[in-house]
Design a protein around this ligand. Sequence first.
Ligand SMILES: Cc1ncc(COP(=O)(O)O)c(C=O)c1O
Length: 420
Amino acid sequence: MASLAPPNSSPWSCAKSSPIIPPLQRFLADAEEDLAGLRDRELLRTLTTIEEVRGVKVRVAGQWLVSWCTNDYLGLSQHPQVIQAACEAAQRWGVGARASRLLAGSTTLHAQLEARLAAFFGAESALVFPSGYLANLGTLGALLGPEDVVLVDRLAHASLIDAARASRARLRVFPHNDVAELARLLARLPRRAIAGRRGRRIVVSEGLFSMDGDRAPLAQLADVVNAHEALLYLDDAHGAFVLGSSGRGSPQQAGVPHAAMIYMGTLGKALGAQGGFVVGAQSLIRFLQNRARHFLYATALATPLVAAALEALRLVEEDPAPRARLAQRVRQLQATLASLTDLPRFAPSHIAPIVVGSARRARALSASLWERGVWAPAIRPPTVPAGTSRLRLSVTALHTEEQIGELADALRDQLNPASQ
Ligand SMILES: Cc1ncc(COP(=O)(O)O)c(C=O)c1O
């Protein structure tokens, strides 16, 4: 009988000793060179493996640390009811969604979540994507084409820049939060018409900037965009469910209706689950269901995560306590940081950057805090512009006043060694 085992001489054998084919060898050599370059510039990134999580404490290589770098702003990823909802959904529906939404991946849970998100933000309709990143790529990709112009804030998140670039629209970057310059840019743009369609102009910004913790001047932005017959696309990944009197996000805080923009958020930050969403008019959502490639061609968000997001949204609506606790911690953290000398000014939000300049300095500061049980990774280019490497602290409703005090002590000792 013929053997089913592959012959030993096959170049595709999976045996450990199998030779690496030359094109792959060349790529691996290039990759190593690239990594060495990153290492030399203090820009190499490596994964930190968490062994256990308890509230804001994590165990890494046997050491317990207080994490100051999660986006679980309301602590909902560990809420017993959110966990229970995810478990029950897994029991009832299975773990994966099994197909894209338009094939066999759309369940009553997805429909419920979309209806609840739409109602929460006062919109006609909503669409859930498998992640916030895909929501940005899919939505901007569907809205924009070569005849259009997209104007993006200089500090916008990588997913927005990637979405703008991939859309093939003409890309203009405006200085961070500079509404006057944006107005000048818009006024100078000729409006092209291709195949009978007038070119669109879409202004892209964030409600609460992810690495700086400051807010977009939404009211002014909305006015300028409106005056120039453009559209505003707002990524409120870090503001949704947290900011505003009832968690309706940056628009609520700024007193601007969600209807003045195309509003996008994620389910993976304040709701503690995963996924992204866009809310808006029914025609927009139906258009995206047909045109957003990252919605069309991706497996639907897994049902346990949909159920977790639904439960977390219910908690946000019914229990203002975590938001109130977070607001208190924000005040405490910001007051503490402001009292430390030689620090740049902080925008008062749950995201508090400590900008130190070089990547080397940020890494050294992060490493010395680690020794004190404080986990605050160095954020370096290309995530932030060169020369603005930083620690990006994020405070959550689960942090305690005592932990803020410990953070302040550690920071004071590292930033002002003379005070020890
Ligand atoms: C501003 C902003 N937009 C979008 C995303 C992507 O969202 P998600 O993590 O859900 O893919 C992030 C994530 O870091 C973000 O900070």
